[in-house]
Design a binder for this molecule. Structure first.
Ligand SMILES: Nc1ncnc2c1ncn2[C@@H]1O[C@H](COP(=O)(O)OP(=O)(O)OP(=O)(O)O)[C@@H](O)[C@H]1O
Ligand SMILES: [Mg+2]
Length: 460
């Protein structure tokens, strides 16, 4: 059994990690941490019971911009798991024009294949580099051909040996030069295998791609791979040949097998806007298709086999995290079978002024840190006073209440407005190399806009 070390975070470690990026929302963090750990726990269990234990699918309920997607995204990163985010409202019932829900699994498998492939490429990289180096040496200093004449006397044999020895020495000397980059700028001509020699795009009939059949790939494999001569610098040649050799060293069949295993055991699908396919309204027309999407989702979440171009994927243990604002509809408006498949419900809270102060400053990717870094590149130090940060948070809360609550996204719009002038003036007009933002600056710049509701609708 392959055990991915990174999966072995304990729930509290997972929460600690999430805390670095997301402020508050402790309940949601706990729920996803337990779900992730339970999956790892399941993998430790003896085989028969293992298949009985289902993942803890979760519905995250909460207004827009409070961290639902962010939590799921960070979780997948931590787990090094194949992760896909889709919007439920983009799907249509099977048989209608639009994407059917099985494409979630196919896309997730694509992602996993790429993931495993790049890992494997990294593994064989140094070996591929060695081969590439030898190939370049072969071009620069062709190896001595062994003479096969039967009449060769001792003398000529010695000559060949001598030549071989000399050749070997020159190679060693050249290898040294190659290794320390002295040869990098020299030009070299070499053969590359160009994949689609004819360079034509093969398009399959409509819908074939959705069925997981890749015409391009099939045709590409049928067509002979033509060799093409190329002339580049040695540095570039080394890169190209290394790539090619790496491809040859990777066993694509094994990659696909591992990718499927990874999707089945650690894949995560984040289904956003699940509330948009819940009933709730009284309208009749679109409801039919909404319920259809839910019914189509059911077997996938419940566990079924989906055909992908890499093979059959069992969806039984993929972790599904659904999310929605549920303003109009409620989770109970989802069809009961689907509700049953998402046993864990967590509500995320609206963000407060204090949360905004934290969000602005503490996460590793905090907005203020981002802007500081941007201006740092121009040798300008952006300095936010404590009061200015409080003021920004206050205004964000105010506008969210008055106009529309878009959560932490409001901070983005406020900051772009606040910093607009500075971002434009630097580096042409430099007042000094330290730009101080105070509570005053913030009020001066934004107060008029905040007071005017119509204006703030458009600007903030
Ligand atoms: N609690 C939080 N802590 C830190 N940053 C946050 C928080 N909530 C939201 N953000 C930031 O706000 C932005 C939007 O958050 P996110 O995408 O998670 O919203 P959402 O809850 O998924 O909203 P929607 O329902 O519209 O999809 C992101 O850039 C995110 O970093
Ligand atoms: Mg979201």
């Amino acid at each position: 059994m392959t055990k991915n070390k990174k999966d072995e975070y304990t729930p509290s470690q997972i929460v600690n990690y999430l805390n670095k990026y997301i402020i508050g929302q402790n309940e949601a963090k706990r729920a996803v941490a337990i779900a992730l750990r339970n999956r790892w726990r399941r993998q430790q269990i003896t085989d028969e019971l293992k298949d009985e234990i289902m993942p803890n699918n979760i519905i995250l309920i909460g207004p827009t911009g409070v961290g639902k997607t962010e939590i799921a995204r960070r979780l997948a990163k931590l787990a090094n798991a194949p992760f896909i985010k889709v919007e439920a409202s983009k799907f249509t019932e099977v048989g209608y024009v639009g994407r059917d829900v099985e494409s979630i699994i196919r896309d997730l498998t694509d992602i996993a294949v790429n993931m495993v492939k790049s890992e494997k490429t990294l593994e064989v990289k140094s070996k591929a580099e060695d081969i590439a180096e030898e190939k370049i040496l072969d071009i620069l200093i062709p190896p001595v051909k062994k003479t096969t004449t039967t009449h060769a006397g001792e003398n000529s044999n010695d000559e060949v040996n001598n030549e071989a020895l000399q050749n070997q020495k020159t190679r060693e000397w050249m290898k040294e030069k190659l290794k320390n980059g002295e040869m990098d700028k020299k030009m070299i001509e070499f053969d590359t295998a160009s994949q689609n020699a004819i360079g034509m795009q093969v398009l399959g009939p409509f819908g074939m791609d959705d069925m997981g059949i890749n015409i391009q790939e099939i045709m590409g494999n049928l067509m002979p791979k033509k060799k093409k001569k190329r002339k580049t610098t040695i540095a570039e040649a080394r890169n190209i040949i290394t790539q090619e050799e790496a491809q040859k060293l990777i066993d694509m069949e094994a990659v696909q097998k591992e990718a499927i295993e990874r999707v089945e055991n650690s894949g995560m699908a984040f289904i956003d806007e699940i509330d948009k396919v819940a009933g709730g309204g009284k309208s009749q027309g679109p409801d039919v298709s909404r319920e259809g999407v839910q019914r189509d989702l059911l077997p996938i979440v419940e566990g079924s086999n989906v055909n992908t171009k890499f093979g059959v994927v069992k969806t039984d243990h993929i972790l599904f995290i659904a999310s929605g604002a549920f303003h109009v509809s409620k989770p109970s408006d989802l069809i009961p079978e689907l509700q049953g498949r998402f046993p864990i419900r967590v509500e995320l809270k609206s963000l407060t002024e204090d949360d905004f102060v934290q969000i602005l400053t503490t996460p590793e990717n905090a907005l203020l840190k981002q802007y500081k870094a941007l201006l740092q590149t121009e040798d300008v130090e952006l300095d936010f006073s404590k009061g200015s940060i409080r003021e920004i948070a206050k205004i964000a809360t105010e506008v969210n209440e008055q106009v529309e609550n878009i959560g932490a996204r409001r901070l983005h719009t406020i900051l772009t407005t606040l910093l607009d002038e500075i971002l434009f003036d630097v580096p042409d007009k430099l007042p000094s190399d330290v730009v101080k933002i105070t509570a005053e600056t913030v009020r001066e710049k934004l107060d008029a806009i905040v007071k005017n509701r119509d204006l703030s609708k458009f600007i903030l």
